[in-house]
Design a protein around this ligand. Structure first.
Ligand SMILES: *[C@@H]1O[C@H](CO)[C@@H](O)[C@H](O)[C@H]1NC(C)=O
Ligand SMILES: *[C@@H]1O[C@H](CO)[C@@H](O)[C@H](O)[C@H]1NC(C)=O
Length: 505
């Protein structure tokens, strides 16, 4: 199934029209007697050949005596679709590496290794058409941007992007100055037309896997898991949507995320788009697949005008069309992760959970995670998955591998905030971590904000990002004890040193 079929069609149409015109030209009319003679000769030859074949004199080349071999078993990946959503304001900064990799994954290789990813069906969507190498990115807002009922100021950004691009200007350069929120508002309008287009191009795929340009997807891990789901019950025809479940609450506390305060708004649980999500054929066919106007439904479009988030409106639209259906995010939730490796919170009780995605990925993260994946996938048993513990083993700060205990790194991601009145120095913060447990368990690491003289202690661990004015320490013995208490720790050997070796392809 080629995703580029529609691009051949205008060419074919133009070509056949040219032939039609040629056939009606004066020159052709003058040649007709010659043409008739040719037709007669062909007919005679055809009758003769058919007669010979019927008498069984020669083997019929059109029906070989040997039964044709059974068609090769289709690979499960061929029943999946991957969609990637991006925007012109970010595409050129962070996506080219991913796009080149995905493009190379379209074909199954002659020599396969365990880390190879086979992603035959791919569709890319943005707010402007673009080609990156042989990857075609579609403008998914083309129709909605022309709809006079949509708020003009949001689509001013669409026009600005198109004006930049048609003048060969990088739109991300100007996006940095204050228009990020406009790009974000534009983004919410992409979800419904994206799935409508994907459902038209690939109506029969079992599962549609959707990610964004800053999602890292462990494709092979997800494929393994979906293959198991496909064998359960009615498989892909069950109503399923998996992802990172979030709640957009109607409570006052959350109103800042909702423009205005629409009266229809209720709590809505949805799969966070950036963390990646999966929709089953059952859901696609009973929504987008059975109503060509689903994406243009005025009710859903009015939700979009009022809402912050296209992923939330997608969930709402699906649920309104399938009354009583509750998407089972909890079946998959801890595996679709909404953070980047540095800011991800490694919670001890989820240490051995499988990982399908990470989010907020930079080009640097992408390169490192891809190296990690290629190292780890060949080591996994058939029924094993990449776990959070493996990420920690690969990416944990170097000083945790060897003593002594460090000072001077910052985990920076939202540590549970515990302000201790008396703490005035990093050393005292360190001491507080050693002697006083947090409300949620033993202190595994601490961060001291030197400028605010504030001490944060955490019962979980972060890889962290260096940050001026922060000092951080890890309680190495406790972290090691926690790691040792989980079976999955260390089962793949020393991942970090394997990643550093040159033999990994
Ligand atoms: C592919 O596999 C064949 C047979 O296993 C081997 O002879 C060949 O060297 C491999 N090619 C590459 C490029 O690895
Ligand atoms: C829009 O969707 C809602 C919810 O499924 C449905 O009740 C309504 O009839 C749809 N509107 C149109 C014009 O199809």
């Amino acid at each position: 199934m080629s995703s580029e079929e529609d691009f051949d069609m205008p060419l074919l149409a133009a070509d056949s029209r040219a032939r039609y015109e040629w056939a009606n030209s004066e020159k052709t009319k003058r040649r007709r007697p010659v043409a008739r003679l040719f037709v007669k000769l062909s007919l005679a030859l055809y009758v003769m050949v058919t007669a010979v074949l019927l008498m069984g004199q020669v083997p019929n080349p059109w029906s070989p005596a040997e039964p044709s071999p059974p068609p090769a078993e289709r690979r499960f990946e061929e029943s999946l679709l991957l969609t990637l959503k991006t925007g012109s304001a970010v595409l050129y900064n962070r996506s080219p590496v991913q796009l080149m990799h995905l493009s190379a994954s379209r074909k199954a290789p002659a020599n396969e290794t365990r880390w190879h990813e086979y992603i035959p069906n791919q569709l890319f969507y943005s707010d402007a058409e673009e080609w990156v190498g042989d990857v075609h990115i579609r403008d998914v807002l083309q129709t909605v941007a022309k709809d006079p009922a949509r708020p003009g100021d949001v689509f001013d950004e669409y026009r600005r992007l198109h004006s930049s691009l048609s003048n060969h200007q990088d739109p991300s350069a100007s996006s940095k100055r204050g228009s990020e929120s406009r790009g974000w508002e534009l983004d919410k309008y992409k979800f419904l037309p994206l799935h409508a287009d994907a459902a038209r191009r690939f109506p029969d795929v079992k599962y549609t896997v959707s990610v964004e340009a800053d999602t890292f997807l462990f494709w092979n891990q997800l494929v393994k898991w979906l293959k198991e789901r496909d064998r359960e019950g009615k498989g892909a025809d069950e109503l399923k949507m998996w992802g990172n479940g979030n709640l957009l609450a109607a409570s006052l506390a959350d109103l800042e995320y909702i423009m205005g305060r629409p009266s229809w708004w209720q709590d809505i649980s949805f799969a966070h788009g950036g963390s990646g999500y999966v929709i089953s054929r059952g859901v696609v066919q009973s929504t987008f697949g059975s109503d060509a106007q689903f994406e243009n439904n005025a009710t859903f479009l009015s939700y979009l005008d009022d809402s912050c988030c296209g992923d939330a409106v997608l969930a709402q639209a699906l649920q309104e069309r399938l009354p009583g259906w509750i998407p089972p995010y909890d079946e998959s939730e801890p595996r679709f992760i909404g953070e980047s490796p540095a800011l991800f919170n490694f919670v001890p009780h989820q240490w051995c959970e499988a990982v399908f995605t990470l989010h907020g990925i930079t080009a640097f993260d992408y390169v490192r995670l891809d190296r990690f994946r290629r190292t780890v996938e060949p080591l996994l048993a058939e029924d094993d998955y990449i776990r959070r513990a493996d990420l920690w083993e690969a990416l944990m700060p170097i000083f945790l591998r060897d003593p002594p205990l460090p000072l001077g790194q910052d985990p920076s991601g939202g540590l549970s905030i515990v302000t201790l009145d008396d703490e005035t120095t990093a050393e005292e913060c360190h001491e507080a971590c050693v002697v006083t447990p947090t409300d949620d368990g033993e202190c595994l690491m601490w961060t001291f904000d030197n400028s605010a003289s504030t001490c944060y202690r955490s019962p979980t661990v972060y890889i962290g990002q260096g940050k001026v004015d922060f000092t951080t320490g890890y309680h190495k013995q406790r972290i090691d004890a926690m790691r040792a208490s989980h079976d999955c720790s260390g089962r793949l050997g020393n991942i970090a040193s394997l990643m550093a070796e040159s033999h990994v392809a």
